[in-house]
Design a protein around this ligand. Structure first.
Ligand code: GTP
Length: 596
């Protein structure tokens, strides 16, 4: 297809504003999926995605369309819909010339609408404003057209009004995409340069890589080079998705499709990387490549210690399809053998955990998620801490923690509540704008550690669910942080060590000591629970002693009954975890880690 007849676009929206439904309708109207084969949310392939209604992996579908008798090819590129995947979203947008900005006509603009719009603007995309769900009785298209027009600087009448559900307005929207989105431009005679915007592991075919060709062309059987790693591969297959993979004779300037090289690990085909031709290589890669960087770490432990090898195997498998997942073995006094895992963010963590439990049948305990700290010691040594229990004691000169830029959207009556929350979370207000008389956008920098803790839940509860939040990494900052250890009879329980701001150390210590006092059964002797910063104890509770005599109730006689009871007690002991001489049922640790 000549570039003049191609339009590459994506749909960007806040979660639940109807992106998948509109995409389905487009597939149907362009005849790519017939009505009978149409299953809801065709583009979301993974079960978890469908159940959670979120899109994790982007894909691209080629749709034939006609405008005034002239055939065109529309490439619709799907974008992941959550903050954890901002980098992947930005690469998907970079593969497009236009974006449909979809807003629920009953909800209006939300935080992700803005975050996505900013990303689209950074990538210089043509933005088409669209109000969706106009079939809803609660829809207020006039009101939100004003808001949307004010935001992107157009007339309210320029906003399209559609319903992905009924199909109203979708055909004119497809026409508008052809009219308004620029055709791709590139140098057909230059050495090939194609950008990878997604890469998915398929059990049968190995890694399937989605690319957008910028210059030159890629053809079957050629040898290609991944420019970030210099690795070379043979192009076993190249084609387009419509809606199933269709192998073809190659891809030229502006085209979007997939390629297969036989590699088995998505790390060999990285999002953002540039693919070129070995025989005639490009001199420089396309801009914007970044290594995926885990932001949040958590220990994952099997509930049953004998599942450890299965957990390792499951992680090895998941990794094939997840370039951002990292892990290494970890041993915990309290929780046994497991893995310290790194994730892009909380949602990523949850998804991985859920897949491990669901697809691999594992039962897991995860420790409180933490961020990565850069520690400089007095002697100048630099240490990267991904596990709070490994935070160095002694001569720490400086600790740096990651921060994020957060965008919060909410009805203006909640400004006070949001400010209070953000202040308590060590946030700094960057600015505030009214989108309309009753809706406000607030921008903050916040430590990622505070956001990871329970920020979103608190934001939702303080605004009755009306606030929406989006954030992106924004470098790091020096902070006054300390490690709080929890000790049982003088022994540190590693799983409960936490790095917190100096002012919050006391609160954390009191809370954890109190929690454990409730959860750990009484022992034969008194057990002190302490919270300490270094050698300094900041909180203390005592578990009082009891004398547990199982034989007390059996007066004399029945020796077999006595033996049974003693055996039962022994079995009970075996399951206990020993911290020093204190016996703790594993459930106590689990409860302390999960309850709030
Ligand atoms: P994520 O993938 O989670 O970001 O969601 P999405 O933006 O893809 O939204 P999705 O298409 O899953 O739609 C969210 C909900 O809105 C679903 O319950 C849809 O049935 C409903 N919905 C989507 N479009 C329309 C519409 O035009 N009218 C009505 N009434 N409901 C719609």
């Amino acid at each position: 297809t000549p570039p003049e007849a191609i339009r590459n676009f994506c749909i960007i929206a806040h979660i639940d504003h109807g992106k998948s439904t509109l995409a389905d309708r487009m597939l149907q109207m362009t005849g790519v999926v017939d009505d009978r084969a149409m299953r809801a949310q065709y583009l979301d392939r993974m079960d978890i995605e469908r159940e959670r209604g979120i899109t994790i992996k982007s894909q691209a579908v080629r749709m034939p369309w006609e405008l005034e008798g002239a055939p065109v090819v529309l490439n619709m590129i799907d974008t992941p819909g959550h903050v954890d995947f901002t980098y992947e979203v930005s690469r998907s947008l970079a593969a497009c010339e236009g974006a449909v900005l979809l807003v629920d006509a009953a909800q209006g603009i939300e935080a992700q609408t803005l975050a996505n719009l900013y990303l689209a603007m950074e990538n210089e995309l043509t933005v088409i404003p669209v109000l969706n769900k106009i079939d809803l009785p609660a829809a207020q298209p006039e009101k939100y057209a004003e808001e949307l027009a004010g935001l992107i600087g157009c007339e309210p009448d320029d906003c399209f009004r559609v319903s992905g559900k009924t199909g109203v307005g979708v055909e004119p929207l497809l026409d508008a995409i052809v009219r308004q989105v620029p055709a791709p431009t590139g140098d057909a005679d230059a050495p090939a340069r194609a950008m990878i915007f997604d890469s998915v592991y398929d059990t049968y075919r190995g890694v399937v890589t989605y690319v957008r060709v910028v210059d030159g062309n890629l053809n079957p059987r050629e040898r290609i080079v991944m420019m970030s790693t210099k690795a070379t591969h043979e192009l076993l297959e190249i084609g387009v998705i419509s809606p199933e993979p269709v192998p073809g004779k190659g891809l030229g300037v502006g085209e979007v499709g997939y390629l297969i090289t036989g590699v088995k690990d998505v790390r060999q085909s990285r999002v953002g990387d540039t693919v070129t031709n070995l025989a005639k290589p490009a001199s420089a890669p396309l801009g914007g490549y970044r290594d995926p960087k885990p932001m949040v770490f958590s220990g994952l432990f099997p509930l049953d210690g004998s599942d450890y090898p299965d957990l390792r195997e499951a992680l090895d498998k998941l990794k094939l399809n997840d370039a951002a997942l990292v892990y290494e073995p970890e041993t915990s006094v309290a929780l046994g053998f497991g893995f310290r895992c790194g994730f892009l963010g909380l949602l990523h963590l949850e998804i991985v955990r859920e897949r491990l439990e669901r697809e691999f049948g594992l039962e897991l305990i995860s420790t409180q998620p933490n961020v990565v700290y850069d520690v400089t010691m007095d002697d100048g040594t630099e240490i990267v801490v991904t596990n709070p229990s490994e935070f160095p004691g002694g001569k720490v000169a400086e600790v740096r923690e990651p921060k994020v830029r957060a965008t919060i959207l909410a009805p203006s009556e909640y400004i006070g509540a949001i400010m209070e929350l953000c202040q308590g979370k060590r946030g700094t207000l960057l600015g505030m704008d009214y989108l309309s008389a009753e809706r406000v956008e607030m921008r903050y920098t916040l430590p990622l550690a505070e956001v990871v803790f329970d920020f979103f839940d608190q934001l939702k509860s303080r605004t009755r669910g009306y606030a929406s939040l989006d954030y992106e990494p924004d470098g790091d900052q020096v902070a006054d942080l300390v490690k709080v250890d929890i000790l049982l009879q003088g022994e540190t329980v590693d799983a409960f060590s936490a790095i917190v701001h100096k002012d919050k150390a006391y609160g954390y210590g009191v809370m954890m000591a109190g929690k454990l006092k409730e959860l750990i059964p009484r022992q034969q002797f008194e057990v002190p629970i302490q919270a300490a910063v270094g050698a300094r104890v900041i909180a203390r509770e005592n578990i009082r002693a009891i004398r547990k005599d199982v034989l007390a109730k059996c007066y004399g006689g029945d020796i077999s009954r006595k033996r049974k009871l003693l055996e039962k007690q022994k079995a009970g002991k075996k399951r206990m975890k020993n911290i020093g001489s204190v016996e703790v049922p594993p459930e106590a640790f689990i409860a302390a880690l999960t309850s709030d």
